[in-house]
Design a protein. Structure first.
Length: 186
């Protein structure tokens, strides 16, 4: 299989929202029960096909998994360069992670220097004690003109959708060479 397009996508959000678990579920197909702190930045890659204007196109997403702790802010800044998209993630069971999303968008905006496609993800939907309503999440996504996905890395629910959506949005942005309200973050 020849790869036609390679895109760097940054996965950002507070610590322990499930960024690494979601990426591993997507890239490798399994879930890790124990929590391992991401130190600085890790990256993962996967090749898959998307539909673009009725044709199948192979793309490779290189996902940069950013540590969510504030102590890594200076390290993270160096790794936004060249990003073509963002996966912005919160934990549906921890309201503070939802309220931190604008801070993450600000950091990304300052370091990328241009607007890029974005997908909002609210993870850990399998857990019972939700502090953020789906209505709140959808309202915020709408304010960003971005799609949102309610997912669970543990069960795998909607995880594929996260990366298919961002891959398709990044590719369409490249093919269109224009910035529309639906492909940007503020």
């Amino acid at each position: 299989m020849s790869i036609a397009y390679v895109y760097k996508v940054c996965v950002i959000g507070n610590a322990s929202v499930g960024k690494t678990s979601t990426i591993i579920r997507w890239a490798k197909g399994w879930f890790r029960q124990d929590y391992l702190l991401t130190v600085g930045v890790q990256h993962y890659a996967k090749i898959f096909d998307i539909d673009h204007q009725g044709e199948s196109v192979s793309i490779k997403l290189i996902l940069w998994d950013f540590a969510g702790q504030d102590m890594f802010k200076e390290v993270r800044a160096k790794f936004y360069d060249g990003a073509k998209g963002l996966v912005l993630m919160c934990d549906i069971t921890r309201k503070e992670t939802f309220h931190a999303l604008p801070k993450w968008l600000q950091e990304a905006s300052e370091n990328i220097g241009q607007e890029v496609p974005l997908v909002l993800v609210s993870n850990k939907a399998d857990l019972p004690d939700k502090e953020v309503s789906v209505t709140e999440i959808k309202r915020y996504a709408k304010s960003l003109d971005a799609p949102c996905v309610i997912s669970s890395a543990k069960t795998g629910s909607n995880v594929q959708d996260v990366f298919r959506l961002i891959g398709k949005r990044v590719h369409e942005r490249r093919m269109n060479h224009t910035t529309s309200r639906h492909d940007t973050f503020r």
